[in-house]
Design a protein. Structure first.
Length: 122
């Protein structure tokens, strides 16, 4: 009887793995009880605009009293917290470090270019 129940449980788990159920959240292999969801963007600018839209929605909620909010949003504070947490996760901080390095390199190249042009003029 135990073996039959184990087989049914194993079959059920296998069926779930092969189905389209439970595909949104993926367990984090390093932390128990933590899951992540994959979001797809066509470019970094699309990602940044999405974060900007989330922040604008949060600002709108903060700037308007409860009476001015949409009647479809029952607990704006809860939703505002959720939006801000998503926006924080979407900010491309690691890429921003890379952009800083690229910008510094650009400034160095620009400075070198300008100094070469000054030497040519002399």
């Amino acid at each position: 009887m135990k073996t039959n129940e184990n087989k049914r449980a194993d079959d059920f788990i296998q069926e779930l793995k092969e189905s389209f159920f439970f595909r949104t959240l993926t367990p984090d292999k390093s932390k128990e009880g933590i899951y992540y969801a994959s979001l797809k963007f066509t470019s970094y600018i699309n990602l940044i605009f999405t974060v900007q839209d989330l922040l604008k929605t949060a600002l709108h909620s903060l700037e308007n009293s409860g009476l001015e909010n949409s009647s479809q949003i029952q607990d704006p504070t809860f939703h505002l917290t959720s939006i801000l947490e998503i926006a924080i996760q979407l900010l491309p901080c690691a890429e921003a470090e890379g952009l800083d390095k690229l910008y510094k390199q650009y400034l160095e190249i620009l400075k070198d270019h300008e100094s070469r042009n000054e030497k040519k003029d002399d």
